[in-house]
Design a protein around this ligand. Structure first.
Ligand code: AP5
Length: 219
């Protein structure tokens, strides 16, 4: 099974994707996490990408596609995968189609997490993340047991550089201009399933399970 998690910044792709990947026993491939890790390691590619994402801009297609090409060829993808935050542009979607075809695989479906801008801004400004294990919290909606400390690994939580008001505004503009066209791209191909991302996480997850066929009902 190959699923794409699509949707604007802060809609809950990472939160739902982590849970789904654990239940399905497949990797969640987040291009955002990959860039942050490469930047933390101080690699040339990571630092170049950081110049874009910290300002709320998309990283250029050729960089992202090269990274995903290498990742999809890894053996842990054999039994299935979730793509979180890729593709984000039409050229990336075209490239993904070719990459999957080269690997003899098909795209199973696309889950689009839909949420209004006001709630997106609220979620992004209250988000705290663990730089050690990438677990995500929200200071009000999903707080850790101990303020500022990751429940999962005890790491110190931080606020992402791109969760500042100016970057959030830019990310929402980038989403509307470059990523939203993917909704009709995948709708026309019969792959799109829209998930209301406004309810509580457990209610959204029940819908996600239905959408991927984990409750036995199919898509
Ligand atoms: P990336 O890390 O992918 O960021 P994003 O898409 O902007 O998505 P987010 O991680 O911000 O949000 P999310 O939808 O995962 O929400 P989350 O679950 O955390 O990418 C970062 C940057 O890297 C991009 O801006 C770009 O520059 C670059 N990049 C990455 N991929 C790229 C690509 N393909 N092409 C080009 N550039 C690329 O939830 C958000 C908050 O809400 C959390 O605090 C969470 O606790 C809370 N929350 C979640 N669910 C709920 C709920 N139901 N109710 C209340 N609160 C909730």
């Amino acid at each position: 099974m190959v699923f794409i998690l699509l949707g604007p910044p802060g809609a809950g792709k990472g939160t739902q994707g982590s849970r789904l990947a654990a239940e399905m026993g497949v990797p969640k491939i987040s291009t955002g996490d990959m860039f942050r890790e490469l930047a933390a390691q101080g690699t040339e590619l990571g630092l170049k990408a950081k110049g874009y994402w910290s300002a709320g801009q998309l990283v250029p297609d050729d960089i992202v596609i090269g990274l995903v090409r290498e990742r999809l060829a890894m053996p842990d993808c054999d039994k299935g995968l979730l793509l979180d935050g890729f593709p984000r542009t039409v050229p990336q979607a075209d490239a993904l189609g070719s990459l999957l075809a080269d690997l003899g695989r098909d795209l199973t479906g696309v889950l689009d997490f839909a949420l209004n801008d006001e709630e997106l801004v609220n979620r992004l400004s209250g988000r705290r993340t663990c730089p050690k294990c990438t677990a995500t919290y929200h200071v009000v909606a999903m707080p850790p047991r101990q303020a500022g400390i990751c429940d999962a690994c005890g790491g110190e939580l931080i606020q992402r550089a791109d969760d500042q008001p100016e970057s959030i505004r830019k990310r929402l503009q980038e989403y509307a201009a470059k990523t939203e066209p993917l909704l009709s791209y995948y709708r026309e191909r019969g792959k799109l399933h829209t998930v209301d991302a406004a309810p509580k996480p457990d209610a959204i997850y029940a819908e996600v399970r239905r959408a991927v066929g984990l409750d036995g009902a199919g898509k």
